[in-house]
Design a protein around this ligand. Structure first.
Ligand SMILES: [Zn+2]
Length: 275
């Protein structure tokens, strides 16, 4: 059985448009998507919000599909410049909701400049503090910001133990090893299956992460894994097994072993980490 630790279900529907699902459409649009995922062996999905509106949607989705979908609430670094104090108050309020298993997604994105870097760091630390307050894991996005991410995590570690996931990991092993030392779990998405030379380091890291810290995800609707990449426009949670199977192969493990280990890790970090 697979556990997809990162799927933006509110963006996974029909044409994969940017516009999030309307609350009244959740059941009709997502029922077939989730039925297919379960048919393909998915037993759990974490759906992280990227702003106030989608965090609320993530909770609504988790409530409609209990036992299969859990939510994470947070403000993505690329949405942070738009967020208000009121938005953050709502995130803090929802953080204690029983369907919410993590805080995020948050992090640092130096690839886009939607939010000034200083502000991204402030928002990231805010999420880390909230995760400590409620005793839940944090879901971390890091794009082209590896060094500053390591510095921020190292600094935060002085205030408390880090419990969280580096999601859709694209960093070289040298950096990933530092994140592991700081206590983080590491999750790989469909990009680990891509054969581009430039992305070779992602595979390398996926081989070395200790099995008890390894997670997998789809990052739906993005990062369609091979061999569907280029043929399908939307990545669905049902595709998580393609990424899992690929990682099993490069690590010389059976698919069952990899599925079992990564699902156990997900259960540990998301459902048992309580204050
Ligand atoms: Zn994401």
């Amino acid at each position: 059985m697979w556990f997809d630790t990162h799927a933006h279900l509110f963006l996974v529907w029909e044409s994969g448009e940017d516009e999030p699902l309307r609350p009244e459409d959740i059941r009709s649009k997502l029922t077939p998507v989730l039925e297919l995922a379960q048919k393909d062996g998915v037993e759990g999905i974490v759906c992280p919000g990227i702003d106030r509106r989608t965090s609320e949607l993530a909770i609504a989705i988790a409530e409609l599909f209990p036992g299969l979908v859990w939510a994470a609430v947070g403000i993505h670094p690329n949405s942070a410049s738009q967020a208000t104090t009121r938005d953050w108050e709502k995130i803090c309020e929802w953080a204690t909701h029983p369907a919410v298993v993590a805080i995020g997604e948050t992090g640092l994105d130096w690839f886009r400049d939607y939010t000034p870097r200083e502000a991204q760091i402030t928002w990231f630390l805010r999420h880390l503090e909230l995760s400590w307050q409620v005793g839940k894991a944090v879901i971390v996005h890091c794009r082209d910001a590896e060094e500053d991410m390591t510095l921020a995590l190292r600094e935060a570690k002085r205030s408390g133990d880090l419990v969280g996931v580096m999601h859709a990991c694209a960093a070289p092993w040298k950096t990933v090893a530092q994140w592991l030392d700081l206590g983080m779990f590491v999750s790989f998405a469909g990009s680990v299956t891509y054969s581009n030379k430039k992305l070779q380091h992602i595979r390398e890291a996926a081989q070395y992460v200790p099995l008890d810290r390894l997670l997998i995800e789809t990052d739906s609707p993005f990062l369609v894994p091979e061999p569907l990449r280029g043929r399908e426009k939307i990545c669905f949670p049902s595709h998580v097994g393609l990424t899992g199977t690929f990682i099993a192969q490069i690590r010389g493990l059976s698919v069952a072993e990899l599925a079992e280990a990564t699902s156990q890790n997900a259960n540990r970090i998301f459902r048992s980490v309580k204050s």
